[in-house]
Each structure stands twice: as structure tokens, then as C-alpha cells.
Design a binder for this molecule. Structure first.
Ligand SMILES: C[S@@+](CC[C@H](N)C(=O)[O-])C[C@H]1O[C@@H](n2cnc3c(N)ncnc32)[C@H](O)[C@@H]1O
Length: 217
């Protein structure tokens, strides 16, 4: 049950990890469980399969399993993949980059919920491929594993350095992902605790798309 303040376009969470909770910490930025739960409740609690091409430690899959939903996705870092597999023994999660999806036999998914690496250096690309070209390549490849009309929920933040936005990632994501999916809008998630944990920001943005475009569009 979600017990924080929430409307259809925003919510306020307390995502701070208690000081004595070392089990929840990891080297990767995790999506807060409460946020994943809220998004699944809103966009696909009756889904059979959920797709997360950037699985990390598998928060999406762990929370989805509470709803009886199976995970499908990729995590190339073997240490994170091992954590992911602790919570998710499903055979549809692979220790590989999402660009290699066609090597595997994946089921059709009812919902995508993902949080890509926001820094160029953290996204594994083909040699010479830029960050945005790689993202476009991955999200384009994922379309064949998504049911028509499935929602596509992508977390995104603007990159700030010294109080200045050095990379307006949110508008860049909207621009490239709108070529693949229909953009429905955004859901803003604010952090209420001072010890905030939303990727080091006090808010984050979930971009909401629907998979209604034809592959040739
Ligand atoms: C922000 S983290 C995802 C965190 C995840 N939502 C969670 O709660 O654990 C992004 C992940 O994408 C992975 N990654 C980087 N390049 C990738 C690629 N080409 N394909 C798939 N995953 C990739 C990174 O190893 C990292 O774990």
C-alpha cells in the first residue's frame, strides 16, 4: 500500500536509507522500491512480464515479483547481475548488454520500467558510438519485445555541475524516445527527507510513453 502524498502527476517519497541499513546500499544508484511499486500499481499490476534493459541490482524485478510479474532484462556488470539474480531467478535476465537482446529468446512484455545510466562513461556503447546514439539503439531494439500499447516508463534527470545544467538530459530523452514511442508526459518524484537519496537529487522525473508507433514510423 502506498502511503505517501501523491497525485496523478507527482508524488513525494522518503527514500533515505537508514544509517544502520547496509543491506540496501550498493555501488549502483537504485530506484527506490516505493517508486517502482507505485509505478507498477499505476501502469501494469496485471502484467505478466516487465522489461528493464538496464536492470542494475534488479529493483524493478524484485518489486515486480510482489505482483507475480516476471522480469526480462539485461545487466552487463557481473557484480550487479549477481545481486539481481539473488532476487530474481527468472531465466529471462541476462548478464549482457541490452544491445545483444536479439541473441536471446525473450517473451513479449506488457510494461517497460527502466533507469538508464545518466553518465556517458557508465553506459556501455559500441566503440565510437555516442551516448544518445547508443540509447536510441537500445530503446529501438526493445520495441520488438513490447506489446503494442504497453507503457514505457523511463527515469531521467538533468545533469548538473556546480549548480548549472550541463546536460539537459530530460529534453534529450524526450526528443529521441518520441521517435520510437508516443510521449504522454511526465511524473515528478520529490524527496521529502534532507538525507535525500534520489540519485543525489531532490527530485527525479519519470517520462511516460506508450508503444503505439509502428516500427517504420
Ligand atoms: C542506473 S543503473 C539501474 C539501476 C536499477 N534501476 C536498480 O534499481 O538497480 C543503470 C545500469 O545500466 C547498466 N548498463 C550500462 N550499460 C549498459 C548496456 N549497454 N546495456 C544494459 N545495461 C547497461 C549499468 O551497469 C547499471 O547497472
Amino acid at each position: 500500500m502506498f502511503d505517501h502524498k501523491s497525485t496523478r502527476s507527482w508524488c513525494v517519497l522518503n527514500t533515505a536509507i537508514p544509517d544502520d541499513d547496509t543491506s540496501s546500499r550498493s555501488t549502483v544508484s537504485r530506484m527506490p522500491d516505493q517508486l517502482v511499486r507505485l509505478l507498477i500499481e499505476r501502469f501494469g499490476s496485471d502484467a505478466e512480464y516487465i522489461l528493464d534493459p538496464f536492470a542494475g541490482v534488479g529493483t524493478t524485478f524484485r518489486v515486480a515479483s510482489e505482483f507475480g510479474i516476471s522480469g526480462v532484462g539485461f545487466e552487463p556488470d557481473p557484480r550487479l547481475y549477481d545481486v539481481c539474480r539473488l532476487h530474481q531467478s527468472d531465466a529471462n535476465v541476462f548478464n549482457d548488454v541490452a544491445q545483444n537482446a536479439t541473441l536471446y529468446d525473450l517473451p513479449l512484455c506488457d510494461l517497460m520500467l527502466t533507469s538508464p545510466p545518466f553518465e556517458e562513461k557508465s553506459l556501455i556503447s559500441a566503440v565510437g558510438a555516442s551516448y544518445l546514439v547508443t540509447l536510441m539503439d537500445i530503446f529501438s531494439g526493445m520495441r520488438r519485445y513490447l506489446r503494442r500499447d504497453a507503457h514505457v516508463l523511463v527515469e531521467c534527470v538533468n545533469i548538473r555541475l556546480g549548480g548549472v545544467v550541463t546536460r539537459p538530459l530530460i529534453s534529450q530523452y524526450v526528443e529521441i524516445l518520441s521517435k520510437l514511442y508516443i510521449f504522454l508526459g511526465e511524473f515528478v518524484v520529490c524527496e521529502s527527507s534532507e538525507n535525500f537519496n534520489l540519485y543525489g537529487y531532490q527530485h527525479t522525473t519519470i517520462l511516460i510513453f506508450v508503444n503505439s508507433k509502428n516500427e517504420q514510423d
